[in-house]
Design a binder for this molecule. Structure first.
Ligand code: BGC
Length: 441
């Protein structure tokens, strides 16, 4: 760890998602997926962190971390439990949660779709049927009418590229579809839904004269694909195009790129995000193999690099590379909407956070307007097919007792938020304490 300083207007916070922490909802696609036995450790999102009943307690934790902003998601299946009927209770719950953040000076960034969906939407064929996109837009309109006065900053979709690939092409996530053609069609529907959502949010907030500058974007999962060979480089470029560009150019510019079928959808080329949202975790080394399917999911690590508990390469320089690449292209402000590490024993998290922030500080110095950083995540939670076995949290959570236990890096993160950087004095102190703690174990 070394000292660094971020600008005074740089916002730092944490990110969470509804199904991963709330518990208590049996009406969403992930609950069903758990019931069907698809989770590695056979756990379920039915309780998760019981956050639905512990909003005040968890807001206290956010306060103690001195975060300036917090990213949370809304659960569509709670807000619209059956098609066309909305739950006053659910929207009131979210309104109170957001008010509590605001009361504590924490700026909310709200995600409308973070992987989970109502079961009724899945039963109707979800994104496979072009006609269904309007149901998502109805939900969006309802939510923005209800919460738009409190929330100016929105994310339409979280990682649509991961969602479409795992849910519709590889079948590892709900709805478990394995069909490339269907996968491409779904991508077009999501691009459409994003663009229409962008317009709806702006329109409602403008018409109703809701306060604050409206900021709408999407959180795209962006990896670095590198290679050491010429053929491998070709594959890396193909992976980048298929995994990133189809969505990035679709959502940002309204372009439906080959091989996506336009399905008759015509969109005026334009700018459909107000900031560029990046979820950055890792890099992959890509090598050529004869089976093209392996190009996209047998992604190789770099033996030279340290790994997270999940085996992901730790490559902080990548955050600088992606910020530079997309700022050079779009000249939009950048939010790092997720960055984090699964590290149960909290040995690598301090350096992981600092080194990523140091590269962000470097980008800012070079004139790239990176404006926010969201650490994934507040506390260990339900990590999709990994269940309860991944440990991304600044806090550990005992899922039985629901006790939240602070990891040491939470102190580091709180200091970073409070001071927008690290000082040598803090680092010395932190290291001395860590050594002392290790010696007493
Ligand atoms: C997702 C989160 C997930 C995290 C860690 C991102 O892909 O948005 O929901 O928990 O990464 O895997």
């Amino acid at each position: 760890m070394v000292e660094f300083k971020l600008p005074d207007n740089f916002l730092i916070g944490t990110a969470t998602a509804s199904v991963q922490i709330e518990g208590g909802d049996t009406n969403n696609t992930w609950y069903k997926w758990c019931e069907e036995g698809h989770i590695k450790d056979a756990s379920s999102c039915i309780i998760a962190n019981d956050h639905w009943n512990r909003v005040e307690q968890d807001t206290e934790i956010l306060k103690s971390l001195h975060v300036h902003t917090h990213r949370m998601s809304l659960e569509w299946s709670r807000i619209e439990p059956s098609k066309g009927s909305y739950s006053k209770e659910a929207i009131e719950h979210y309104r109170n949660e957001i008010k509590l953040l605001l009361k504590n000076n924490i700026k909310p960034l709200v995600t409308l779709h973070h992987f989970s969906e109502p079961l009724w939407f899945q039963e109707l064929g979800a994104w496979k049927k072009a006609g269904n996109t309007k149901f998502f837009l109805d939900y969006v309109s309802y939510v923005v009418e209800e919460l738009g006065e409190l929330v100016s900053d929105w994310l339409t979709f979280n990682e649509p590229n991961v969602f479409a690939k795992l849910g519709y092409i590889i079948g590892m996530w709900p709805p478990g579809e394995r069909n490339l053609r269907v996968g491409f069609r779904v991508q077009v529907e999501i691009i459409k839904a994003h663009i229409e959502t962008y317009k709806i949010i702006h329109k409602i907030r403008e018409n109703k004269k809701f306060p604050g500058k409206t900021m709408v974007g999407a959180a795209i999962h962006i990896r670095i694909f590198d290679s050491t060979t010429r053929l491998g480089n070709m594959v890396a470029r193909a992976a980048d195009y298929i995994f990133h560009e189809l969505f990035i150019q679709g959502m940002t510019e309204g372009k439906i790129l080959f091989p996506l079928p336009s399905g008759g959808y015509k969109c005026k080329p334009g700018r459909y995000v107000d900031f560029f949202g990046i979820n950055y975790y890792t890099r992959n080394i890509v090598e050529f193999t004869l089976n093209p399917l392996n190009w996209f999911h047998n992604l190789i690590g770099d033996n030279e690099l340290d790994k997270s508990d999940l085996g992901w390469d730790i490559y902080p320089q990548g955050v600088y590379r992606v910020c530079k690449k997309y700022y050079d292209r779009y000249k939009l402000p950048i939010y790092i909407t997720e960055n984090g590490i699964s590290d149960k024993f909290d040995n690598r998290r301090p350096d992981y956070i600092c080194n990523h922030l140091i590269y962000i500080a470097r980008a800012i110095k070079e004139g790239i307007p990176v404006e926010r950083y969201y650490y994934w995540t507040l506390m260990d939670n339900f990590e999709w097919t990994e269940g309860e076995t991944a440990n991304f949290g600044l806090y550990d959570c005992d899922f039985q007792s629901q006790e939240r236990k602070k990891r040491k890096s939470a102190d580091l993160f709180a200091f970073i938020c409070k001071n927008r950087g690290l000082t040598e004095a803090f680092i010395n102190d932190y290291n001395t304490q860590s050594t002392a703690e290790k010696n007493t174990v």
